[in-house]
Design a protein around this ligand. Sequence first.
Ligand SMILES: [Ca+2]
Ligand SMILES: [Ca+2]
Length: 536
Amino acid sequence: MRGLLLALAWLWPVSAAAQLTVEIKDYVALPVTGTLDGTGQTDGMLARVNTVREEPVGVPNAAAALGAPSKFARRLFVNDLNGPLYIVDKETKKLTPYLDFNGRDDRPGIFHRLIFESGYGNGFAHFQFDPDYARNGKFYTVHIENPAIAASNLPDNTHVRGLNVSGYTTTAPVATPGPLLHEAVLVEWTDTNISNTTFEGTAREILRVQLNARIHPMGEITFNPAARPGDPEWRVAYIGCGDSGSGEARGDIRQNPQRLDTLVGKILRIIPDPAEHAATSAMSDNGRYRIPNDNPFVSTPDARKEIWAYGLRNPHRLNWAIDVANPANNRLIATSIGLHTWETVNIVHKGANYGYSQREGNEALKPDNNTGPLPEIDKIPVQIGSTVTDQVVVPTYPVIEYGHVPGGGDAIGSGYLYTGKAIPALRGKYIFTDISTGRVWYADYKEMLAADDGDPKTMAAIHDVKILWNGRVYDSMFPVAEATYHARGGKDPDLPGRGTISGAGRADARLSTDAAGELYIYSKTDGIVRALVGAK
Ligand SMILES: [Ca+2]
Ligand SMILES: [Ca+2]
C-alpha cells in the first residue's frame, strides 16, 4: 500500500497546495575574496561561502529539547573556500575575521599549499564544532592542499600569533590508487578562550587523504546531535569523502568508490579525540584518531576500517535528520552529486553500498558514463583491492532523485529536515537545493523513510519551493544571486561558472541551519548569506 501511494505521488502533478513560497532576507554579506572582472569561474565567485554554523553554547543534555533555541546563542561561524573563517554576531550582524587558511604565495594565511583557485569544492572546504565545544573549545576543518606546491605544508602562524604550532606535525597521506593530484587534510583546532573573536591555542592534523583529481574532495563533517555525553555516539564524527573524480574515469581508478581499501567515494566514521571511547575502539594507523569497534569493515582483511558506507560519487553534504517527536526516525542523510543523469538524497546505513560507479541514481551506470536499466540480478561484487572478491552485495538506492533535465538541475546542494519555527509548513519536510540552478525543493520526510525500502523504484515526491525576496517571487535563487552579483560589481554578464541545465552561470546555492533549526541560504556567486524568515 505504501509503495502504491508513493507510486501515485509520482503521478500527481505538483499541486498549488503543495507548493510553498519562502521569504528570504539578506543576513550578512561576506567580503569579496574573488575577482570582479567577470573572466573567471570558481575564482569569479565573489565569496565562496560554504558553511554557516551556530556556535554551541552549552553541553547537550537529555533535558534540553532538540531544536530548542538557546537564549545564549549569539554567534554564527561562516567559512569562505578562498580562505577566511568569520564570526558573525547574531545581534549586530558584525562580521569579524577569525582565521584565514589562505597562505598561498604571499598571502597572509596559515596554509601555504592551499589549493583554492580551481575546482568548485577546493580550498578551505568545511568546518564543524565539536559537540563538547563549549567546554573544550575544539572544532574541525577540512582543507585541500596541492603537494606539488614548493612550500612548507606546516601551518604558518606569522599572522595568527595565538596559534601555537610548536608541536604540529603532518601525517602520512592515506594512499589512493591511481594518479594523484591533491590531498584533503582534516585538522582539529583547540581555542583556549572561546569568549573572544581571536584564535589562541593549538592545531593537530588528524587525517590526510590522497585525491586523484581536482573535483570532489573530502566534504562535510557531522556529529549526531542527539548523542549525549556517555552515549556510544557522543563525539563520533561522520565525514563524507568524495570520489575525487575517480568513478567517471575510464581506467582502473573507476573502481575506487567501490574499493574498500580506499577512502574516496566513502562515508567515514571516526573518533577524532584519541581519549574518547578508548574501551570500544581501536587507534588508527597514524595514531591521531580512533576507529569505533562497531564500524562495518573492522574485521575485513585489507579494508579501511574508517569506512561506514561506500559507493558514493560525492557525498559532500552530510547531516542528521532529527525527528523530535520520534527518535526512531533519526537518520544520517547524504546529498551526493551525480555524473550526467541523477542527483540524489541518500539515507545512510552502516556498511551499505550505494553502487557508484556501477550505479547512478536508481539506474545502472554504463562504461560510457550514460545510464541504463538495472541488471536482472541486481548485485555488485565486493571489491577490496584491485580485483573483485567472490562475494556480492545488493546496492542501496536513494530516497530522492532528480534528473539533469529542464526543471531539474546539475548538482545537488545541501538539505535539512526542518525543525524550526519560522516556517510551520516546512515542519516534517526535508528541504534541499540544486547548486547551479539555485532551485529549491522539499519532500515529506515520512515519504523519504518509506522510500528507504530496498526498492529502487520507490522515491519520495519532491515539491517546488519558490523564493520571495525584496517583494518579488522567484522560481529559484539564480536571479536573486544574479542581481546581487551585479550590484556588488561583478562583471560577468550572467553569473560565474556554468552548468548543463543552469547554462551560463551558477547560482551556487546551499542551505545551512542554526541551533534552533532555522535555515540560511547562501550563494558563492554573490557572497551573501540570507535567512529564511517565513512563508507566504
Ligand atoms: Ca579565542
Ligand atoms: Ca526506494
